[in-house]
Ligand binder design. Structure first.
Ligand code: PNW
Length: 460
């Protein structure tokens, strides 16, 4: 059974944000419904070989039509926050020009439905599904996209306004830039380092401009960005591995953290890029360094680097998940403590954490004890970071539902709630039961009068 007690030993503050997360393309389906335009992921799925199981986002979890049922599920967990993303081409089919009322109305219904249940909406504006029409004009490599994004952000703010608990500009700019435009394993499938780095610069620039524009229009809610981060360690202590790990840390973490917090790109990465470095206009770095209200961190695993590329997680000795990612909870503590040491960080939210595990649906449910253990250990690791003074304000599990796992299609399941893709039936996994019990226990710790022990816990 799910009898780990690690995380239960950490009393979290009463106002701590506990949530679950999803993204538009991965759950909504309804790819052509009510005027939605195509995104680069719709296009990417059409090329055989791009998605392992040949699937696409046409139906996904049918969340667009089942959103009320999903709100009820979210509420049943006892979380106080839900992180989701808005599909830009659903609200602006071509990414510029006319907006689509049906799309805007959908997200307004979703936000109102969450608020009615006391759940705070955390809205991500860009979780990768760029309108295809903008990609046809060069996508994020084209500086015009930056200004289109700001228009889109302002339209969302005009509609949802300060009802939303927090806005995120971009989810994981490293993934968009590097996996989408350097290795090309994600949409739009481009393989050019120069393009990737220009994309990363424009994502950061549009983030800063959107923050300024939204605040100018009266946004009082926390604004930030979400980065995918890991501690990056050398496979051996050879000088070559150590140097390569330093550079990869520069490309993953310092390339984003330095401009966001110190208004500069790391010189070692710029030197290594040479001709592939992005074009930066005067004033860009000031814009990118616009102060943020919070930083979102997605944490899954550590990153091990060898100069000759020979390292494999399979011989690391650590347990692996279904993606072959190492399970390394202490990496979350290490990462956060390092970030606090090296940067003047604002409040941090863990905006994604979780894992894919083989999850057979049996007659007695989905007994995903590996996921229970994973989540438990990572919440405990978060508690350890907070005990060392890292200002963490929230934690969200990836993901509410099994969903479209990008290049892996539906073959990899990250949900704490199982989805049967034939019937669209949702079923609690043991991890959902565990999370619900954990949250109820936290609530008890924070209400001493109703706690069953005589010890009292004071919320900070
Ligand atoms: C994140 N990597 O993606 C995304 O934000 C989610 O949409 C996704 O479902 C989740 O993590 C699980 O994959 C990533 O290879 C995908 O480094 C790949 C990587 C990192 C993040």
């Amino acid at each position: 059974s799910s009898n780990h007690t690690l995380s239960y030993e950490h009393p979290f503050p009463a106002d701590f944000v506990w949530g679950v997360a999803t993204s538009s393309f991965q759950i909504e389906g309804a790819a052509h419904k009510d005027g939605k335009g195509p995104s680069i992921w719709d296009t990417f799925c059409e090329t055989p070989g791009n998605i392992t199981d040949g699937s696409n986002g046409l139906i996904a979890c049918e969340h667009y039509d089942r959103y009320q049922q999903d709100i009820d599920l979210i509420a049943s967990l006892g979380v106080n926050a839900y992180r989701f993303s808005i599909s830009w081409p659903r609200v602006q089919p071509l990414g510029s020009g006319a907006f689509n009322e049906a799309g805007l109305a959908f997200y307004e219904r979703l936000v109102d439905g969450l608020l009615a249940k006391g759940i705070t909406p955390f809205v991500t504006l860009n979780h990768w599904d760029l309108p295809q029409a903008l990609q046809d004009q060069g996508g994020w490599e084209n500086r015009d996209t930056v200004h289109h994004f700001v228009d889109y952000a302002l339209t969302i703010f005009a509609r949802l306004g300060n009802k939303v608990g927090a806005y995120t500009t971009h989810n994981e700019p490293w993934v968009i830039a590097i996996l989408g435009n350097e290795s090309g394993i994600f949409a739009p499938g481009i393989k050019s380092r120069a393009t990737a780095m220009q994309v990363s610069h424009h994502l950061l620039l549009s983030h800063g401009l959107a923050l300024q524009a939204m605040r100018d229009k009266g946004c009082t809610k926390p604004l930030g960005i979400v980065l995918n981060l890991s501690p990056t360690v050398p496979a051996t202590d050879s000088a070559q591995d150590v140097a390569k790990a330093r550079l990869e840390d520069g490309r993953l973490l310092r390339w984003y953290m330095d401009p966001l917090f110190n208004k500069s790109y790391p010189q070692d990465v710029l030197d290594a890029l040479g001709e592939d470095a992005p074009h930066i206009l005067p004033g860009d770095l000031d814009t990118i360094g616009t102060p943020m209200d919070y930083l979102g961190v997605n944490y899954y695993t550590r990153s091990v680097v060898s100069a000759d590329g020979s390292w494999s997680p399979k011989n690391s000795g650590l347990p692996l998940n279904d993606m072959d990612w190492e399970i390394y909870p202490q990496g979350l503590t290490q990462l956060l403590v390092r970030m606090k040491r090296d940067y003047a960080i604002p409040p941090v939210y863990i905006t994604e954490n979780g894992g894919a595990f083989p999850d057979p649906l049996t007659a007695t449910g989905v007994h995903d004890h590996d996921r229970v253990k994973y989540i438990d250990q990572h919440i405990a690791a978060l508690g350890d970071a907070m005990a060392q003074g890292v200002p963490v304000h929230g934690y969200m599990v990836w993901s509410l539902l099994d969903n479209f796992e990008w290049s892996s299609g539906y073959a990899k399941r990250f949900g704490i709630i199982h989805v049967d893709y034939d019937t669209q039936q949702r079923t609690y996994k043991d991890s959902a039961h565990w999370y619900k019990n954990f949250l109820a226990h936290q609530k008890k710790l924070n209400k001493p009068e109703s706690a069953c022990t005589t010890e009292t816990t004071t919320a900070t």
